[in-house]
Design a protein around this ligand. Structure first.
Ligand SMILES: NC(=O)C1=CN([C@@H]2O[C@H](COP(=O)(O)OP(=O)(O)OC[C@H]3O[C@@H](n4cnc5c(N)ncnc54)[C@H](OP(=O)(O)O)[C@@H]3O)[C@@H](O)[C@H]2O)C=CC1
Ligand SMILES: Nc1nc(=O)c2c([nH]1)NC[C@@H]1CN(c3ccc(C(=O)N[C@@H](CCC(=O)O)C(=O)O)cc3)C=[N+]21
Length: 925
């Protein structure tokens, strides 16, 4: 059809089948042009051109593919006509609108923003009672209401018209000839009949119920067209009920895989095990049609949820296991009381669960090692309440869709059932119609052609799969190859690997070129950039060293391996380093709350004094504060360089993780409203994620979104196992309760560290939070890197917000500082700050802290990021801190500038927290 009617023709190098394969691949996988190009071995330009040609050809098929309207007959005798339509004689179908997510340029976003805050277009469709499209009008911006789209559809030339004497069912927002709407002011949505318990009470209600039921059939048409992700997000629809035979087949298969080291290793099951389960279940229960996604995936979640709940109960006094009945054995009243505090355990009383022992064998080990997170279990369970409660009540898998409100009587036939029904009918019709030999031959020819086309397409895909596999293999090997190259340090090898793996073409060139050229082949791209970055970092350090007169700049910067390692932040946990000053070997301790390898404290001051070979000081020139400081200018911390070091460590760990587990960390940011500063911060975070290999996305909600909507978004991210970090960008619009939303974030994904459980653990001595707020963590990191001694010092924190002030004051206490907190009620704050060795500001008032607020030689960390109007700047403002830099730089010994100080380090800490979360999720060390 695309050839004959659409006019699509082959090119010199591409068959029509390949063009169609690429077209279908793009539609199905939502991949970028570059990715598809690499996958099919075609240039981005070819992919784009052929996609558009194919699209044009497909669009031309509308005359063939769209159905001609035919009205419902009096007795609904047409065998394709569902019973629900019999009340609507002469009706040709129904009209409805649906929102389809789109990407649009930033300037157009407001037009496309829907009431729920997403960016989408409004697509109107008219469908026949047998679920075929009669008319489609895509393209309206998502902010318009459905009524306006219908008016446009009707008034257009070649628009939507009901044939003479016929009509479409539409919703109450529409009106006009040829369109039958329900009665306004009476229940209409099927859910309003409340699971069948509320029967229509009046003629109007009766009419509305029938109208809704008929129209609901056509709504399925839209659902077929929605993306898989959209279908997934409507959990509970189209439930798939599992019988005990299928359950058993699933658990048996899982058990078998769990004993096979090719499928299960220490961190859990390996990639692709769901597909294997699908095959195994298919063999044990032939014809069951259970698919890896969504059926098996979803059922497993349900069973594991039950299993966890049972284990939890069995660990509680009074609960026993009845081996005969395979169920929990306890007084009902005790059970009910227990469920009040542990809602995830609901609906298990008197319910048999025959898989306990096998699941113990499969998962027992995994659950036992997950103990460190135990303190949070109840809270997490509470948050999962909604999901698990629904799962248990329905006793079905949860992912397959469904509001769980419709009874089978009201429910529209499942998509699958409906499709099976029609296809079967079509099949028998076809056989009847093709009784004549000629027609049968036509059909056979058609099938033969079709097979040939499909097989060509399959070949194209399979070639592309091979190429993808080949690239994956090369990606896995590239770091090893690079490490073998002489003259490339591990950090350089890593950087190179990052660049090469991002660009399959370069990867191929690298592998194909002879050894002596291998190093050169990346010279042009990363090598120069990387060298330049390193030189900048070294130069920067030298500039300061020179200023401090601690070491001669004429010394060769990279004369010692040790120095190189330190400069790149490569001194890893457990590495011994030798100190030339005291000739002793030191081992930096791991500082758990910093999340990566930073020493708790640098070597004692006796061996940190200036010496002839001050290799520590060379790269961290602010290493000894008082001794090194002789005024009048403070050392200025370069936050960007520190951030680069942290990012390179994070990137390296992510590569290791990808290698070992095949997964990468994922951060999702929830952004409510249109604040420019928030949008800008979020962009910076996303960019940083891309740099290190964290996958990231932003869920944007409209400034007017309801609290429920925001809570719902967070809850669904909590439940998504592929998301490791959930961050709600602050501040939120005033009508939203920030604390309520923070409470809902799963503490195990709370990479901001703002959840009360994390903050509480930070506050209590002896407890370890899962995450420490990023800005606070950065303050301590910068202090440690600059060699500032914290223990026993007077520290003043100005500000007590949860983002910086409060957590940093808690962290400083953990580092044995004596901490004073200044806030808006503090009288004479300057008297307090003048006593401080360390001052950290988190106020939001530009230039508040003046030079005369400080003790000479104080260390000043400025976290304020304040926009100050500045007509000379491109954007009309510049950023400034809470500290008057010009004055302070003459008094303090160390200062962080704004911009370029603490901010970039904060961002890199967010990456580090996200990585930590993914590591915990995959039990990867
Ligand atoms: N660089 C980074 O990584 C980050 C930077 N920031 C920046 O830090 C600044 C503060 O942000 P945030 O913490 O969200 O702000 P908040 O408004 O939540 O907190 C400000 C704090 O400063 C105190 N304060 C306000 N005015 C005074 C005053 N005149 N004297 C003494 N204390 C005062 C407030 O006291 P009270 O409690 O009594 O109201 C409050 O505790 C902003 O510029 C922000 O951009 C924030 C996070 C990270
Ligand atoms: N849930 C949440 N978590 C936060 O961590 C959080 C937040 N909400 N809301 C806002 C504040 C502010 N904040 C900054 C982070 C980086 C820079 C930063 O990178 N600053 C750059 C300049 C950035 C620029 O030029 O736009 C610099 O100082 O050099 C600044 C500020 C995190 N916050």
């Amino acid at each position: 059809m695309v050839k004959g009617i659409g006019g699509l023709s082959r090119t010199r190098h591409m068959s029509v089948e390949e063009i169609v394969a690429i077209f279908l691949y793009i539609l199905a996988h939502h991949k970028t042009n570059r990715y598809v190009g690499a996958y099919f071995y075609r240039s981005g330009e070819t992919v784009s051109r052929q996609f558009h040609l194919c699209l044009k050809a497909v669009l031309k098929l509308h005359t063939e593919l769209l159905k001609k309207p035919s009205s419902v007959t009096e007795d609904c005798s047409d065998d394709k006509c569902d019973d629900k339509w019999k009340f609507f004689k002469n009706c040709v179908g129904a009209v409805d609108c649906t929102l389809v997510s789109v990407s649009v340029p930033p300037d157009d976003r407001s037009k496309y923003r829907t009431r729920k805050g997403s960016i989408a277009m409004n697509v109107l469709g008219a469908c026949s009672p047998d679920m075929e499209f009669i008319y489609v009008l895509p393209g309206w911006e998502g902010s318009v209401d459905d009524g306006r789209v219908l008016c446009d559809a009707i008034s257009r030339p070649n628009g939507l018209v009901a044939p003479q004497g016929c009509y479409y069912l539409c919703n109450a927002g529409y009106s006009g000839e040829g369109f039958l709407a329900p009665f306004k002011g009476h229940p209409y949505n099927l859910s309003e009949w409340n699971n069948g318990s509320h029967q229509p009470q009046s003629v109007e209600e009766n009419f509305n119920l029938r109208h809704a039921m008929a129209r609901n059939v056509t709504r399925q048409c839209f659902r077929m067209d929605e993306s898989i992700s959209a279908i997934r997000s409507r959990r509970g629809r189209n439930k798939r009920f599992w019988n005990s035979e299928e359950d058993k087949a699933l658990i048996d298969a899982l058990h078998e895989l769990s004993t096979d080291s090719r499928w299960k290793c220490d961190y859990g099951f390996r990639n692709g095990y769901m597909i294997r389960l699908e095959e195994m279940i298919g063999k044990s229960v032939p014809g069951c049609g259970l698919k890896a996604s969504p059926h098996i995936d979803s059922r497993l979640k349900t069973l594991v949820g039950k299993f966890r709940a049972i284990l939890q109960m069995l660990a509680t006094k009074g609960f026993k296991w009845d081996e005969k009945k395979h169920m929990i054995c306890v007084e009902r009243s005790v059970y009910e009381e227990y469920c009040k505090a542990h809602p995830t355990c609901k609906n298990l009383y008197g319910v048999s669960f025959p898989h306990l022992h096998v699941m113990m064998e499969i998962y027992g080990k995994d659950f036992a090692t997950g103990k460190p997170a135990e303190g949070f279990l109840d809270a997490v369970d509470d948050m999962d309440k909604e999901e698990v409660a629904q799962v248990y009540i329905e006793s079905s898998d949860d992912d397959v869709g469904g509001s769980g409100i419709l009874t089978t009587e009201f429910a529209p036939p499942l998509k699958k059932v409906k499709r099976d029904k029609t296809s079967k009918k079509k099949g028998s019709d076809n056989v009847a119609q093709c009784s004549s030999g000629l027609e049968l031959a036509c059909l056979q020819n058609f099938m033969k052609d079709m097979n040939a086309h499909l097989s060509t397409m399959a070949k194209v895909w399979s070639r592309a799969d091979d190429r993808e596999q080949d690239i994956a293999d090369k990606c896995n090997k590239v770091l090893g190859e690079l490490l073998k190259l002489d003259g490339l340090t591990p950090a350089e090898a890593l950087e190179a690997a990052n660049i090469l793996t991002a660009q399959p073409n370069k990867l191929n060139i690298f592998f194909n070129c002879p050894v002596y050229l291998k190093k050169q082949c990346q010279c042009s791209s990363f090598w120069v950039i990387f060298k330049v970055q390193t030189i900048l970092l070294v130069n920067h350090c030298f500039a300061v060293v020179q200023h401090c007169n601690l070491s001669s700049p004429s010394e060769s910067a990279f004369s010692e391996k040790e120095d190189q390692k330190m400069a790149l932040g490569y001194c890893r946990c457990g590495d011994n380093f030798s100190c030339d000053d005291c000739n002793r070997s030191h081992q930096p301790a791991r500082l758990s709350h910093l999340g990566f390898d930073l020493p708790d404290a640098w070597p004692s001051s006796t061996c940190s004094l200036p010496s002839t070979k001050p290799h520590w000081r060379r790269f961290f020139p602010c290493f000894s504060v008082k001794e090194g400081f002789d005024g009048p200018i403070a050392k200025i911390i370069d936050g960007k360089s520190i951030a680069a070091i942290i990012k390179s460590q994070v990137a390296s760990d992510i590569m290791r993780m990808k290698d070992a587990v095949g997964k990468q960390p994922c951060l999702v940011i929830v952004l409510v409203g249109e604040r420019d500063d928030s949008h800008s911060f979020v962009r910076t975070k996303i960019k940083a994620c891309n740099e290190v290999g964290i996958s990231s996305s932003v869920v944007e909600l409209h400034a007017d979104c309801t609290e429920d909507e925001a809570l719902h978004v967070v809850s669904s991210l909590n439940k998504d196992p592929s998301v490791h970090g959930v961050l709600v960008q602050l501040p939120l619009p005033e009508h939203l309760d920030e604390e309520k939303i923070m409470d809902v974030i799963n503490p195990e994904k709370d990479v901001d560290g703002f959840h009360p459980l994390n903050m509480g653990c930070l506050a209590i001595k002896g407890r370890e939070p899962l995450f420490v707020p990023c800005a606070a963590k950065s303050c301590i990191d910068v202090l440690l890197r600059s060699g500032t001694e914290i223990s026993g010092k007077n520290a003043v924190v100005i500000g007590r917000s949860k983002i910086v002030g409060l957590p940093v004051s808690l962290l400083l206490q953990r580092h044995q500082a004596t901490v004073s907190v200044v806030h808006s009620f503090t009288k004479n704050p300057q008297e307090i700050t003048r006593e401080a060795d360390i001052v950290i500001t988190d106020v939001g008032v530009p230039n508040m802290v003046r030079g005369n607020w400080l003790k000479p030689g104080a260390v000043v960390i400025d976290t304020g990021t304040n926009a100050v109007k500045d007509p000379d700047r491109e954007h009309g403002f510049h950023l400034t801190g809470d500290v008057c830099f010009e004055e302070t730089v003459k008094v303090a010994s160390i200062i962080t500038p704004v911009p370029g100080g603490l901010g970039p380090v904060t961002i890199s800490m967010l990456l580090s927290n996200t990585l930590d979360s993914a590591k915990r999720a995959y039990k990867f060390v």
